[in-house]
Ligand binder design. Structure first.
Ligand code: ZN
Length: 458
């Protein structure tokens, strides 16, 4: 890719707000950041430029069932009944459909202010549970969707090898997920080839959860690759905590802290249910808590111990998980609002007295999300990817704002509607709030959904 020189009107740098900054970009990387630099030959980017936010946890295929599990069932609805609907749904998806759905989700992520994605990918095999000829066929489809849409990618192939704590057998609904550790090693090799064509893509590993991976399996998989991010679902649901206690005598986060080498490579997704010792212990490791506030609210998971975790120095980021609604500022808003509702206070996640809650949330999620993606993103600084989300200063919610107030207006008032353009790896992908391939990708998505519905009816 050729070089670009952008003139940013207002921009959030690691050192704070700056005006009239020249950004020199080469092959997708920021080469220089020049406040007051010579504007000749620059493309002017009107508006307020922010580092693009990473989406640290998603299952893109679940975008296809967004809004379809909101009907009350005969008994008590919960995460577990939702999971039953999800298993019924994914049992039929073809590789072509997975790519169509992933591309649609990624367009919505980019239009929603996310410039990078860590995809926690566990749908591996054909509907009968047999590996495809390419064991990473499905991962390759996710990678192809990332290449089509331009979003930054960290692919996290998932190890899923049992149906529940204590080596319970998998259910038929889980047949598409399963590997032993040797099969998983082959999946990782094939996944490395699958992401190779995507610019600056990263590969990590994801033991699905303590429900789905044995202690021996976890130890063995961590031997396969000694670097790159490691993500795991942990303590999302109270039932999971109870089952983990019954199995091991420890709660999930406590079990991980005492039995796994949790450190700054790790991202514990959800970590909703923690006691004070777990909060302190997790913060001390430097691992990222991967919060998915909109999905956690949708599924009735519970409320993360955010104030105590941040006070203890913990790192966090946000993800769109089930993709029931895709919006970067919306995740940050839900993160703060869930705390306000639970703790009956305001501005609970602002970094200090007098600090803007919007900026505190945004910068925390930039740092934690970038670490969890294992890529040099999240900062407008030389040596990092040129990923920007640019706000439209003419949006009514921004009219009285200035500086940190722009971020408060984005998070608490305008939401993603204030986004004008989005740049990833130096390429402008979204202009006027719309992705340049939005129509074609939505058309293919609708056709895929019609085909899926037809097969379900037939
Ligand atoms: Zn998840």
């Amino acid at each position: 890719m050729t070089a670009r020189r952008l003139l940013l009107e207002d921009v959030l740098l690691p050192t704070g707000w700056a005006r009239d900054v020249v950004l020199e970009i080469e092959s997708g990387w920021i080469r220089a950041v020049l406040p007051g630099g010579a504007a000749e030959g620059c493309e002017r980017i009107p508006g307020i430029a922010l580092p693009g936010l990473p989406n640290l946890h998603s299952h893109t295929f679940q975008r296809a069932m967004a809004g379809l599990a909101e009907i009350r069932g005969p008994g008590e609805d919960s995460f577990w009944t939702w999971r039953g609907v999800m298993y019924g749904f994914l049992g039929r998806l073809t590789p072509e459909e997975v790519q169509a759905v992933a591309a649609q989700a990624m367009v919505e992520m980019l239009e929603g202010g996310f410039t990078a994605l860590a995809e926690f990918h566990y749908l591996h095999h054909d509907p009968a549970g047999r590996p495809y000829a390419n064991p990473a066929e499905m991962g390759a489809r996710v990678a192809a969707a990332a290449a089509e849409t331009g979003i930054g990618l960290t692919l996290l192939p998932v190890l899923y090898s049992q149906g529940g704590f204590g080596a319970q057998p998998a259910t038929p609904g889980q047949a598409r997920f399963l590997h032993d550790v040797d099969g998983y090693a082959r999946l990782l090799d094939a996944s490395a080839r699958a992401v190779a064509p995507v610019e600056d893509a990263a590969l990590g590993m994801a033991p699905h959860s303590l429900r789905a991976v044995s202690p021996e399996g976890l130890r063995a998989m961590l031997e396969i690759r000694r670097d790159g991010p490691v993500h795991i679902h942990a303590a999302e649901q109270l039932r999971e905590v109870e089952e983990c206690l019954a199995w091991s005598g420890q709660r999930p986060v406590a079990w991980l802290l005492s039995n796994a080498p949790v450190d700054r490579r790790w991202c514990l997704v959800h970590a909703t249910h923690m006691d004070p010792a777990e909060v302190e212990g997790l913060a001390r490791t430097g691992a990222v808590a991967g919060l998915c506030p909109i999905t956690e609210a949708n599924l009735g998971d519970g409320v993360f111990e955010a104030p105590a975790f941040l006070t203890a120095g913990g790192r966090l980021g946000v993800g769109s998980d089930s993709n029931v609604e895709i919006t970067a500022p919306g995740e940050l808003r839900m993160l703060e609002y869930s705390q306000r509702l639970a703790r009956r206070g305001r501005n609970l996640l602002a970094a200090a007295p007098g600090a803007s809650t919007g900026r505190s949330l945004y910068e925390a999620a930039l740092a934690g999300g970038s670490a969890a993606c294992g890529r040099r993103i999240g900062r407008i600084e030389p040596g990092h990817r040129a990923d920007l989300a640019v706000l439209d200063r003419s949006h009514p919610s921004l009219s009285l704002a200035e500086g940190d107030g722009w971020l408060d207006a984005l998070v608490f008032s305008a939401g993603a509607a204030a986004l004008d353009s989005v740049v990833v790896g130096g390429r402008t992908l979204v202009s006027g709030g719309r992705h340049h391939r939005r129509e074609a990708i939505a058309r293919r998505y609708r056709a895929a959904m019609a085909g899926l519905a037809g097969r379900a009816a037939g």
